[in-house]
Design a protein around this ligand. Structure first.
Ligand code: FAD
Length: 431
């Protein structure tokens, strides 16, 4: 007879593993199925891991987890062709335990995290693809895998299979991703001597920093580039909306080459050697793209349910919180012996009451707004850079005259009104 578990979780990313860890700790008999050779082998992330959500699952995790550097500085660059207006915050309070956020390499981190779930008693099955959910009388009762005799059964199946979730689509929970709902990102891990990184980025010991780069980095398409410091490597990448890439006929690797050679950035990576090249989709449709996340015997967590806060480049933390909330709901359902959609719906309710639901709702129109009005990136950022250049050039012109000149160059009264209206609209979609 085919094997039966309390719960099967598909996908060993942050969402799936958080769920499995919490379930196993709560005494459930859990199977975690991962298609990769090992957890993390197929996974991509810019690299910022948010401490709080993992700390809630494994207190003091950073003392043993393979984290790279604790982030003490966040820089935001508004890039034009030959200039950058930069805002940065650096705080040494983030260099004190328990720290704030860390950079991680997913191939190492996911493996460590899944091992912790196994230590709690979960069973991990690598190199196994889940082909479909087994559905009986409208209820999910297990999964069909690509292994011989590959059907496995469970009271609940959790879909944590990432952005493209074929399984959620096959259940009719969500539709195919549209090009305006996803960003295509490419990223390189560049090997660089640790002391060079520390000197170049003004870091001491294990301190790290992150750059988020807007504007010319994506040639005006909605998206960002990033540059993050690891122990002895850098992560450099760029992600742009699929719709914009298609419309402008730009390949993402062309954008990445452009970023790497940009005069404002190339010195940071000089002398480094490519270690890895990665590409992945990021779900950016937000709240409006979420679809159904609860059914009879089934829950959807993390990227599979499109839970990414693109404005704040948060995804792994939303994934982890959704995984934990799903696990807590399942543990209650096990006590009640009831795995119906009605019983499992408290996952959706708790999720929407958490920071995940609150932030997804807050930014629900943001991506589409900025996509519709690309001049935020291709017009206003160059304008800001030009104004900064004029203001900071000391040429004997009185400052008041400079201010008047900048004001005049912004354009006619009608253009000024349009800018004010755009800024107001931007504030409204993000407030
Ligand atoms: P994933 O991490 O995608 O995991 C899904 C897992 O399911 C994978 O291991 C996959 O192999 C497995 N799987 C898929 N299908 C099957 C199947 N049929 N059978 C078996 N296994 C299957 N978030 C941040 O918090 N900080 C960042 O800096 C950040 N930067 C990012 C940069 C990039 C380039 C990208 C692409 C994303 C970034 N994100 C970031 C978002 C973050 O990576 C995701 O939100 C997070 O990984 C979602 O976790 P998940 O577990 O839902 O999905």
């Amino acid at each position: 007879m085919a094997e039966k578990f309390d719960v099967i979780v598909v996908g060993a990313g942050p969402a799936g593993t958080s769920c499995v860890y919490t379930l196993a700790k709560g005494g459930a008999n859990v199977l975690l199925i991962e298609r990769g050779e090992y957890p993390g082998s197929k996974n991509v992330m810019g690299g910022v891991l948010y401490r709080k959500m993992l700390e809630d699952i494994i207190p003091d995790f950073y003392k043993e987890a393979p984290v790279e550097r604790q982030i003490v500085e966040q820089r935001y660059m508004m890039l034009d062709k030959e200039s950058a207006a930069t805002f940065s915050y650096k705080g040494l309070e983030w260099d004190q335990e328990p720290f704030n956020n860390f950079t991680v390499l997913r191939a190492k981190f996911d493996q460590w995290f899944a091992d912790k779930a196994v230590q709690q008693g979960a069973l991990l099955l690598n190199e196994t693809v889940v082909l479909e959910c087994i559905v009986e009388n409208g209820r999910v009762i297990g999964v069909r895998t690509d292994r011989p005799d590959g059907d496995v059964y469970a009271d609940v199946v959790v879909l944590a299979d990432g952005v493209n979730s074929l399984l959620a689509k096959s259940l009719g929970f969500r539709k195919e991703l549209r090009p305006d709902e996803a960003a295509l990102s490419v990223m390189e891990v560049l090997k660089l001597d640790r002391t060079i990184i520390e000197d170049r980025f003004n870091l001491e010991g294990n301190q790290g920093c992150t750059f988020e780069i807007f504007g010319d980095s994506t040639k005006g398409i909605l998206g960002t580039a990033w540059l993050y410091t690891n122990k002895d490597s850098l992560n450099i990448g760029v992600g742009a909306m699929l719709s914009g890439l298609i419309q402008h006929k730009i390949k993402p690797y062309e954008l990445l080459d452009y970023v790497k050679q940009h005069p404002m950035l190339r010195k940071y990576i000089q002398g480094s050697e490519q270690q890895e090249y990665l590409a992945h989709l990021i779900p950016e449709g937000g709240f409006h793209s979420m679809g159904k996340i609860v059914g009879d015997g089934v829950l959807v967590v993390g990227d599979a349910a499109q839970m990414v806060n693109a404005i704040h480049r948060e995804g792994s933390n939303l994934a982890m919180t959704s995984g934990v909330l799903a696990a807590e709901t399942i543990l209650s359902a096990m006590q009640a012996g009831n795995f119906s959609e009605q019983m499992l719906d408290s996952y959706r309710v708790n999720l929407m009451n958490s920071f995940v639901g609150s932030d997804l709702k807050k930014y629900k129109d943001t991506t589409h707004h900025f996509e519709k009005f690309p001049h935020y990136f291709n017009k206003y950022i160059p304008m800001l850079n030009k104004a900064a250049s004029q203001m900071f050039t000391v040429d004997g012109t009185p400052k008041r005259e400079k201010q008047r000149k900048i004001w005049r160059e912004i354009g006619t009264a009608g253009e000024k009104f349009r800018i004010a209206r755009d800024l107001y609209r931007a504030w409204r979609v993000m407030k």
